[in-house]
Every structure is written in C-alpha cells, then in structure tokens.
Design a protein around this ligand. Structure first.
Ligand code: IMP
Length: 428
C-alpha cells in the first residue's frame, strides 16, 4: 500500500491527527500538499502535546521523512519558528524536505489578507488572517515568490518589486494604507534563505521514486472537502484544493500512483468562519457538542460552530474525493444523548433533495431532514473492538456508513492516541 491520501471529509478539524497516529511508524513519508499555516493539528506523543500549523505531522516520527510539497504556501518565519520550537523540545527536524516550487507567504500577503477582510465587513470570509488567499492569488496571477527565488537575489528583487507595484496602488488608494517598501521585504526574505536551504529539494522526484520503491507515502490534507476552492461552499472556502486531486497537483504525483483515499469524518459536524451550514445548532445541544468535543480552533482559538451529522455532505465527500474508506472520529462525544438526529437529506423550496446542490443559493436555503437514531449512555472510551461498542453505538456507525457511501474502517472513541477501534487496516 504505497500511497494514501488522508483528508477532511467535512469543513476541517475532523481530527486527522488521530488517523496519522494509527498509521504510526509504518509511514515513510508524510506530505502536505496544500494550504499553509492556516491549518492546525494537535499531535500527542507520549505525555507531550504538539500543535503544528505548517509542518507535516510526520515531523514527530523519527523514521519518517516530512515533506512540504509544491502546493503548500509557506510563511518562512512560521516555518523557522515551528522548527526551532520543536528543536528546543528535542525533536530532530533535519529530515524535512521543502519543495523549491512552493510559494512564499510574505508580510504583504498577511497585510492584504487582513485589510481585505476588514474591507468586506459583514461579507467577510472569516479567514485565519495568515495571508493564505493573497499568496495563492499571486501564484495564479503569476506574481508569486517561490522558495527557489530566495537563491537568486536579483530575481527576488525584481519579483517583489513587480508584486508590490500593483499591490501598493491598492493598499494606498483603496485601503488608505501606507505603501510597502520592496527593499525591506527583500531584506527580510534574504535573512531566511540560508536557514531554509538545507531542506530545499526536488520533492516530486523524491516522492515518485519512493512510491516506485514501495515506500509508504501519506499525503496529509489540511482543512476539508467543503473548504476546497473548487468543490467547497464557495466563496466561503480556503484558496487551495484539500480534495484528493489536490494531492496530485500539490505534490507532483500522478493519480495512478494513489491507492487509497481516506476521509476523516467527525460523528457530528463543525465549521469555523462564515458560510452555510445546514445542520448548525444554536441551542444547548450545540453548546454541549462544543464543550464536550473541545471545539475550539488550534490555529485561531475561535469557537467552532457545531451541528449534527450531515450524511449529504459525507456522500458528497465520497463522490468528489473517490473515498475508499472513512475514519469516523469523536464518537464518544455523542455519548449521553437519548436520541441523535442525523441529517439524511435536505428540503429545498419544498422538495426533498438527496445530494448536495451545486447551486450556492439552493445550499443556503437547504433545511435538514432529520432521522432520529437511538443514543447510548455507556462509556465507550475503553472499547477496543467494534463488538465492544453498545448496540446503539454500533447501529449509529452502521447507519452512517450506509448513508455515506464508503466503509468506516476506524473509529475514534476518545481523545487519547490509543482510543481508536481499527476495523480494516489502512495499510493492507
Ligand atoms: P483561509 O484559509 O485563512 O483563507 O480561510 C478561509 C476559510 O477557511 C475560513 O472560513 C477559515 O476559518 C477556514 N479554515 C482555514 N483553515 C482551516 C482549518 O484548518 N480548519 C478549519 N477551517 C479552516
């Protein structure tokens, strides 16, 4: 099983760290293929807890090579500070590989992200303010700065100048901000160049060779399917492709090389930032999910919006990612409800709709149609096998599996690393 993709099936924060934990020491390479330090995952190793934003989780496994692919946007200051934070705690980070084609987030991208959001007012996206969108915009506009540009000072100067020429007009004339001096930006970027150099590599060549040699390569998606710029709830999305196809373009690996695509699916639903969310709860149940589930963002510290499980979304994630399996997380959070509502379809303008509507207006009007499933009250955190789960919890999992269109191969039953029921191995 050489290459597998692991991605969020909802709006992110599904608990991907748990799945990476389960794969543990068997993975040779962990690759991030999109996003930047807008992501956030907590990885627990022994009694140590690590919050990572940019680095792939594989950085914590001694036998594993962590890779930042070409599709990622990299804030060099954040990269170096995450690395030194880990080094101070005794983690060896020397194996990290960084694509020379990855784009750099510079201080002007973060500035533009923040001023744009302020300008949008109540129409804002609720971005993480980390400069992600403006950096991808520059990439597509062909005025981006790549990691490799750090090693040719004259090219770097020309590129920063070209990017700022236009941006300064907007900053000054539209947003009433001071223009940014290109010389200062170049100077700052050059201070990172030598420190980053040991990691820079031709990552697509290395990864393709690794797959050909039968090594296990894990592509780790940030955010989630519904935050995908093409397949998510546009415009309330991130600016990259967390969906499975993004692993190919964001790492330079062909689709024929990928054998398994695992969707991480929370047993209920959450989202951060603005945008439609049909099963969102505004009552004490929503508050309970937030409190019991610890639903607060690792990157932004913002409370997550919470709601019941939405099978329409899960089916959609199966479709647009070609999912082979699901990893169902946080089932234990639902312990204690007498009945658990699950959204099985939507009502849109009086009609029952089974599939996620492609039209933004329809999705905004979608009302959840719920089916009530019986709950359980027993503690499930000690369950080791599917049979250890109470009958109603088993039935809940089976119902979700049936509605979602792919087998549930693992279930998270508690926050600890080992509190997972493995049904089918992801590596078989
Ligand atoms: P951006 O990625 O900072 O541009 O933010 C765009 C949208 O994606 C906002 O709604 C963010 O809250 C959301 N977002 C970005 N990263 C994450 C994540 O890791 N988990 C959940 N939501 C995210």
């Amino acid at each position: 099983m050489p290459a597998l993709v692991l991605l969020g099936a909802q709006w992110g924060d599904e608990g991907k760290g748990k799945a990476t934990d389960l794969l543990g020491g068997s993975v040779d390479y962990v690759v991030r293929y999109q996003g930047g330090n807008n992501a956030g995952h907590t990885v627990v190793v022994g009694d140590q807890k690590y919050a990572l934003h940019l680095l792939p989780s594989g950085i914590l496994s001694p036998g594993c090579t962590p890779v930042i692919g070409n599709g990622v946007v990299v804030d060099p200051a954040v990269l170096l500070s995450e690395l030194s934070g880990l080094n101070e705690r005794g983690v060896d980070t020397s194996k990290l590989l960084l694509s020379g084609n990855a784009h750099l987030i510079t201080p002007y991208h973060t500035t533009v992200d923040k001023v744009t959001e302020r300008f949008l007012g109540k129409r804002k996206i609720g971005t993480t303010g980390r400069g992600i969108g403006p950096t991808y915009a520059d990439k597509i506009n062909r005025v981006g700065i790549r990691v490799q540009d750090l090693y040719d000072e004259s090219i770097l100067e020309q590129k920063v100048e070209a990017a700022l020429d236009f941006k300064n007009q907007i900053l000054a004339k539209l947003y009433n901000r001071r223009a940014i001096e290109s010389g200062k930006i170049v100077e700052e970027l050059l201070t990172y160049a030598e420190q980053i150099k040991p990691y820079v590599a031709d990552t697509t060549l290395i990864l393709n060779n690794a797959i050909d040699e039968g090594k296990v390569v894990l592509f780790e998606g940030g955010q989630g399917t519904l935050l995908d710029v093409d397949h998510g709830t546009y415009p309330f999305v991130t600016s990259s492709n967390p969906t499975a196809g993004g692993a190919c373009t964001g790492a330079g690996v062909g689709p024929t090389k990928i054998n398994r695509v695992i969707g991480i699916l929370k047993a209920y639903t959450t989202r951060v930032g603005a945008g439609p969310f049909p099963t969102e709860l505004f009552d004490k149940d929503g508050e309970a999910l937030r409190t019991i589930g610890g639903e607060r963002g690792v990157t932004t510290g913002r409370d997550r919006r919470c709601g019941w499980f939405d099978a329409v979304i899960a089916r959609y994630a199966t479709r647009v990612n070609g999912l082979t399996d699901f990893f169902l997380t946080k089932l234990d959070v639902l312990t204690g409800w007498e009945q658990i509502p699950v959204c099985v379809a939507y009502e849109i303008d009086g009609k029952r709709v089974e599939e996620l509507p492609y039209s933004q207006s329809d999705f905004h009007h979608a009302k959840p149609i719920y089916e009530m499933l019986p709950g359980w009250s027993e503690d499930i955190t000690k369950a080791k096998t599917f049979a250890d789960l109470p009958k109603n919890a088993q039935a809940y999992v089976k119902a979700l599996e049936e509605m979602s269109g792919a087998p549930i191969s693992a279930i998270g039953v508690g926050p600890g690393r080992t509190e997972t029921i493995e049904i089918n191995s992801f590596l078989s």
